[in-house]
Design a protein around this ligand. Structure first.
Ligand code: AMP
Length: 297
C-alpha cells in the first residue's frame, strides 16, 4: 500500500537534525499511510559510498520506509584516533540519499545526542566479545558503538536495522546487544561491498596514497589464500595464519595488528577448522588502518 504511495510521492527526502524533528516526521509518515508502514534503519557515520548504498538498497527492498542516520560518534573513538579528521560530507551524502530514495536522514549534532556530555549511561558488551580483535587496539570502542546503536534504535524505532559484515565484530556486538536487552528490532547483516580488485569499500580508503591503494587489495587476497590453505589444502590453522601474517607484511607492506580464525557466531578463537568460521584481519598501511574478514559458511 505504502510502496505505491511512495512511488508517486514527491515529498523527497526529509532531513531531521533533532530527535523532536525526527519524531514529527515519523508521526506524519504513520498518519499518511493507509496501513502501518515498516521502517528500516541504516546507521552510518556518513561519507557514504557504495558499501552504504548496498545496505540502503537492501532496506528499501525489505521495508516501506528507510531511515539513514549520519552521526560521527565521538564515544567510539579513542584518544589519538581520527575523530576530528573523520571525513564529513553531509551535502553529498544527502544528495546520494535523495537520489536513491531514502525517506528520512537523521543527522543530529553531538550535543543533540549527548546533551549531558560525558556523564551518560552506557551499554557494556560482554568482555569476551570486546577484549579481543579490534577491542585490543581500540579500548572502549565497542562500548561507544553499543551505546550509540542503542540510542539510535530507541530514537528511530524501526522494525529492521541494517549492518555490514565488513565490520564483523561490530555486527556481532550489535546482535548480542539486541538479544541480551530484548531490543524490539531485527538485525539484518549485509555482505561486504568490494572494489573490483577485492578491496572492501570504506570511508577511510580515501586516505590511501596511490602506492598504498595498490597494496591494499592484499588484505582480501591474503584472506582468500588463507581460506584455501585451511579448507582445500588442509594446512593447520596456526601454520596458515603464520604464513598469512608474513605474506601481509612481506608482500604488501602491511603492519599487521591481528589475523585470526574464529567461530562466526561467537568469535571464539578456533584452532581446528569448522563452519561457520570467519577469518578476521586488521592491518595498517602507513597511518591508515584497514579491516576485513572472510566468512566460510
Ligand atoms: P560506517 O559509516 O563506516 O560506520 O558504516 C556504516 C555501516 O555500513 C556499517 O554497518 C558498516 O558495516 C557498513 N559498511 C561499511 N562499509 C561497507 C562495505 N564495504 N560493505 C558493506 N557494508 C559496509
Amino acid at each position: 500500500m505504502l510502496a505505491e504511495k511512495k512511488r508517486e510521492n514527491t515529498r523527497g527526502l526529509s532531513v531531521s537534525k533533532t530527535v523532536a524533528d525526527y519524531r514529527l516526521w515519523r508521526e506524519s509518515a504513520f498518519q499518511n499511510a493507509e496501513t502501518t508502514p515498516t521502517i528500516g534503519v541504516v546507521p552510518t557515520m556518513g561519507a557514504l559510498h557504495i558499501g552504504h548504498q548496498t545496505l540502503i538498497e537492501q532496506a528499501k527492498r525489505d521495508c516501506d520506509l528507510v531511515v539513514v542516520t549520519i552521526f560521527v560518534n565521538p564515544t567510539q573513538f579513542g584518544p589519538g584516533e581520527d575523530f576530528d579528521k573523520y571525513p564529513r560530507t553531509l551535502e553529498t551524502d544527502l544528495e546520494l540519499c535523495e537520489r536513491i530514495g531514502v525517506d528520512c536522514v537523521f543527522a543530529p549534532s553531538v550535543d543533540e545526542l549527548y546533551p549531558d556530555g560525558q556523564t551518560i549511561s552506557t551499554v557494556e558488551p560482554p568482555e569476551e566479545l570486546v577484549n579481543r580483535l579490534c577491542g585490543v587496539f581500540r579500548p572502549g570502542h565497542f562500548r561507544g558503538v553499543a551505546t550509540v546503536v542503542a540510542k539510535l534504535i530507541n530514537i528511530v524505532r524501526s522494525d529492521f536495522a541494517y549492518f555490514g559484515e565488513k565490520d564483523y565484530q561490530q555486527l556481532t556486538v550489535v546482535k548480542k546487544l539486541v538479544r541480551d536487552l530484548n531490543v524490539p528490532v531485527t538485525i539484518c547483516p549485509v555482505k561486504t561491498a568490494r572494489e573490483q580488485d577485492g578491496l572492501a569499500m570504506s570511508s577511510r580508503n580515501r586516505y590511501l596514497t596511490e602506492e598504498q591503494r595498490k597494496q591494499a587489495p592484499g588484505l582480501h587476497q591474503t584472506l582468500t589464500e588463507l581460506k584455501r590453505d585451511v579448507f582445500e589444502r588442509d594446512v593447520p590453522i596456526e601454520d596458515a595464519i603464520k604464513s598469512g601474517i608474513t605474506r601481509l607484511s612481506d608482500n604488501y607492506g602491511f603492519a599487521v595488528q591481528y589475523l585470526e580464525a574464529c567461530d562466526a557466531e561467537t568469535l571464539e578463537n578456533l584452532d581446528e577448522k569448522r563452519t561457520p568460521m570467519v577469518f578476521l584481519v586488521a592491518a595498517k598501511l602507513g597511518a591508515v588502518r584497514l579491516i576485513d574478514n572472510l566468512v566460510v559458511r
